[in-house]
Write a protein that binds this ligand. Structure first.
Ligand SMILES: COC(=O)[C@H](Cc1ccco1)c1ccncc1
Length: 130
């Protein structure tokens, strides 16, 4: 049991570093906080499951991620939401869709290159048992 808690603690440390690196990139500023529903009142009518990097940092602290795959599912959600809410052929919409795809690719690559495969497999095994 303690060995598993040690593994999940190490995962949380790793995922906090991932959140920090993604949120510190100026290109991704629009993904760092929830979309302001006061400024954008139709956002919740279109996007049913909002997600952002600050919320993901809180989810790490609340032990809501048991493996990197669960973390990447929320990155995918940030990306899909941006593609769905900003579909126009305007340069503004094209730019945020490009940024969303960059965030997704950057997150996958960061985790793929900085995370030990065996460590993620161990996390997924723990997650399956719970
Ligand atoms: C994830 O962020 C978004 O989807 C909002 C949508 C939005 C549209 C108008 C105000 O906000 C966004 C923010 C910044 N630049 C583009 C779009």
């Amino acid at each position: 049991y303690d060995r598993e808690e040690h593994t999940l603690r190490e995962l949380r440390i790793f995922l906090r570093d991932m959140c920090k690196k993604l949120a510190s990139n100026k290109l991704f500023f629009m993904f760092t906080k929830p979309v302001d529903t006061e400024e954008v009142p139709d956002y919740p009518t279109i996007i049913k499951q909002p997600m952002d990097l600050e919320t993901m940092m809180t989810k790490v602290d609340f032990h809501r991620y048991e493996c990197a795959k669960d973390f990447l599912n929320d990155i995918e959600l940030i990306c899909q939401n941006a593609l769905e809410y900003n579909p126009a052929r305007t340069s503004a919409d094209k730019q945020i869709r490009h940024r969303a795809c960059s965030l997704r690719d950057y997150a996958y690559t960061l985790i793929k290159t900085e995370m030990d495969t065996d460590f993620e497999e161990k996390c997924q095994e723990i997650s399956k048992k719970r």
